[in-house]
Design a protein around this ligand. Structure first.
Ligand code: ACM
Length: 756
């Protein structure tokens, strides 16, 4: 560099006023949280004069260019490529560097340099992602001078799990290649590395197979766009030309494009071709591949028919040409065995192969396909039903019906990917269903995803090594558009990203709330239809029997929101009390709370009644025991202070199949003023109000005097959920309180008996 240029650079540098400074440890907004972060107290100035060193192997230029593009998109200038002064970003690929994982990297920021080092290209790529997240953090960027003031820091990072996945069902609803690529971009930013593409299912075949063009001509389209309407209706397939037809598929050319696009982002695309079940669309076109020889009868391949194997192998051969992934997912879930039981060919196969039953018949198919894949150097991956009838050698299991299948497989020495419905099914509601678009059910807010750990406690260290990682699944029966898919995926996918990358000990839900708030803004700016979190205030209660009080904690999934509340049941306003700490109550109050932003209340107001009543902790004697299926917390349930919520399965409601007939011992003779008992009615599942409730009092436990009776007035021919307090007020001294509720029908659900 000529001296003159150097002077110009130096003066520009001063103009940008980026002199090295001491900075406090800032809060980095990186997701997933890196393994080790140590601040060194200084500052690096990244500006137009920063050089981007290009001394790197050709295959790694991608990472350098990615950074180059990021800077030019944000700041509007191109970093100078080359080595030089005054500040530099260097990439070091050193295959002798031992960082504990091929995906590991180090990111070191000193006042003069940013150095990203890794043993493999993928590590460099992830180092750039981390630096990139710092560059999109407004706390470090000065738009006026177009420069970043980054804290000097040393980050050493590697993933906890090698399999960090996202599954997308493109059969129930079809999404464009561009949307898939958008997902891949976001996956890469959050260091996810496996895209599981659910390409075939009853609702449509989505991959061009040259040998079987009918699959996409006639089974990639259906008579109705909305998947559930179609499924509940005629379930007929169509062609692209049929009026009103809905569907689509990816050509082999498009698939190659997606696979290459993913590879540039260090993501492996794993195709799923469903078998032996979930194949109605195939059987509709090739009825001879089903046991009945007819379309629209069932969705299982006939395993007795050799032509099934010919078809499957031909399809998989083309699939393997398109997808270099070692794993090939063959589905394997939810196959009905009914047709196989009646099918002469299947029964012949069972006999000839000396199989015990239809489960072993299924296992025969999976094993045979597994061997075929192995002969081509690939590995079979399937849903946990592939355990039925014996697990094929070398198969890897995706555990979706809870973790049991995964635990069993790991103990047998098979590799496992965890994707239990409870924590990984993103088709569940992420907030109160009343506030959300229709979803399949369940409840999976982002913090529940975040709480997941893929290694169950039941596994020892050796077995735990078989847990390769975890995956989020987006099934799309209720997800008609790409925009809606984004809503279901984000921000929950970021929780999953941290679950599979960050060491468990480092995870911190409160800190994650802070970072997710930042990333929701980032995603919004990128045009992603991200869910901006629930406005609901959750009320958690603790009964403190020592100090005889109820403690109420108000929580939100948002980071440090302003919560205002009242204790008289009135709607909180901008002058109501601000929630700072646990609310302690020795009596009774109706707490109402809402989030506030700049004096404006959210629309959602949470209200709940809390009581520290005279009955808390008192013994309940049952004449007829509660149902073994709904014991709630057992003998203490009805006087524990905790109240049943909106569902009888919440562990608070106690279920009765006989009359409720209980006596509560108050331990001493007391003034009693009222007794109130709450019941639920939900006629669908057979839950009814009592016919009437009666309360009696006694001083000695033998002679009871009835204080009153209340008849039920809730009609029993309405499907709605009803909650009713049967409250009887009086003035009487006594020690024993008898509550009798006459059963009307089905189940009675009770909680709590509140005594004043
Ligand atoms: C599945 O959800 N049927 C794997």
């Amino acid at each position: 560099m000529k001296i003159k240029n150097l002077v110009v650079l130096l003066s520009i540098c001063m103009l940008f006023s980026c002199t090295a400074q001491k900075v406090q440890n800032p809060s980095l907004n990186i997701i997933p949280l890196p393994e080790k972060v140590s601040f060194t107290g200084g500052e690096f100035c990244l500006n137009e004069e920063t050089f981007l060193q290009l001394a790197i192997a050709k295959e790694d230029v991608g990472s350098v260019m990615l950074l180059h593009t990021m800077v030019s998109e944000i700041a509007g200038y191109d970093l100078i490529m080359g080595s030089g002064f005054p500040t530099m970003i260097k990439f070091t690929l050193d295959t002798t560097l031992k960082l504990g994982s091929e995906e590991a990297y180090q990111l070191k920021i000193t006042p003069q340099e940013i150095i990203i080092s890794a043993g493999e290209s993928v590590g460099l790529f992830y180092g750039v992602q981390t630096l990139g997240q710092m560059l999109t953090d407004p706390q470090f960027y000065d738009a006026e001078s177009k420069s970043w003031r980054l804290p000097t820091v040393e980050i050493t990072d590697k993933p906890s799990f090698s399999y960090r996945g996202l599954h997308l069902d493109v059969s129930r609803h079809f999404y464009s290649k561009e949307f898939v690529m958008k997902c891949l971009d976001i996956m890469a930013e959050y260091k996810l590395n496996k895209f599981h593409w659910h390409l075939t299912d009853a609702a449509g075949w989505r991959i061009e197979i040259k040998k079987y063009p009918e699959l996409t001509e006639r089974a990639a389209w259906r008579s109705e766009k909305d998947c559930m309407t179609w499924w509940k209706g005629d379930r007929k397939y169509a062609t692209a030309e049929t009026e009103g037809a809905y569907g689509g598929f990816y050509t082999q050319e498009e698939i190659r494009e997606v696979v290459a696009y993913a590879a540039q982002r260090h993501i492996t695309v794993i195709p799923e071709i469903e078998m032996p079940g979930h194949s109605e669309e195939v059987v509709s076109i090739y009825p001879h591949l089903g046991c009945y020889g007819e379309p629209y009868r069932n969705g299982e391949f006939c395993i007795g028919n050799e032509e099934t194997f010919e078809f499957v192998e031909n399809v998989l051969t083309e699939v393997m040409e398109l997808f270099p992934s070692e794993f090939i997912h063959i589905g394997g879930d939810e196959a009905s065995k009914a047709a196989w039981r009646k099918c002469a060919k299947c029964q012949r196969r069972i006999k000839r192969e000396k199989l015990k039953d239809e489960e072993e018949l299924q296992s025969y198919m999976i094993s045979r396909v597994g061997k075929f894949l192995e002969s081509k150097g690939r590995k079979l991956l399937g849903w946990d039903e592939i355990l039925e009838g014996g697990l094929a050698k070398a198969a890897t299991v995706m555990s979706w019906r809870g973790e049991a299948g995964g635990i069993k497989s790991a103990k047998m020495g098979h590799d496992v990917i965890m994707t239990p419905g409870s924590h990984c099914y993103f088709d569940s509601y992420q907030a109160d269903p009343k506030t959300q678009p229709l979803a399949i059910g369940g409840f999976l807010p982002y913090l529940k995803v975040y709480s997941y750990h893929p290694v169950p406690a039941e596994l020892n260290t050796e077995e735990a090594k078989h847990i390769l990682g975890a995956q989020a699944n987006l099934w799309t029966e209720y997800v008609p558009t790409a925009v809606h898919a984004e809503y279901m995926l984000f921000p929950r996918l970021l929780s999953l990203a941290e679950v599979v990358w960050t060491p468990r000990e480092q995870k911190d839900a409160e800190d994650f709330k802070r970072r997710i708030a930042h990333h929701i803004e980032i995603l919004k700016n990128k045009g992603v239809n991200v869910f901006t979190l629930s406005d609901r205030v959750d009320m958690l209660m603790e009964v403190d029997t020592i100090n005889k009080q109820v403690k109420v904690v108000l929580e939100s999934e948002k980071y440090q929101p302003e919560i205002r509340y009242t204790l008289d049941g009135s709607v909180p306003s901008s002058s109501s009390m601000i929630y700072k700490d646990t609310i302690c109550m020795t009596d009774s109050a109706s707490v109402s709370a809402a989030l506030f932003v700049k004096d404006r209340s959210s629309e959602t107001v949470s209200t709940e009644r809390f009581d520290y009543h005279k009955g808390i902790g008192k013994k309940v004697n049952y004449t007829h025991m509660y149902s073994g299926s709904y014991p709630a917390a057992g003998m203490t349930t009805l006087t524990d202070g905790y109240r049943g919520g909106l569902t009888y399965g919440d562990g608070r409601w106690q279920g009765f199949l006989k009359h409720l007939d209980i006596v509560i011992d108050m331990e001493e003779v007391l003034d009693i003023n009222s007794v109130s008992v709450k019941f639920m009615q939900l006629t669908g599942p057979g839950v009814y109000m009592p016919k009437y409730v009666s309360v009696s009092i006694s001083e000695n436990g033998d002679d009871f005097q009835e204080m009153g009776q209340i008849k039920n007035t809730i009609p029993n021919n309405k499907p709605d959920l009803f909650l009713k307090d049967f409250k009887i007020s009086f003035k009487k001294t006594g020690r024993y309180i008898r509550v009798f509720a006459a059963k009307q029908s089905g189940f009675m659900f009770v909680d709590e008996v509140v005594i004043y």
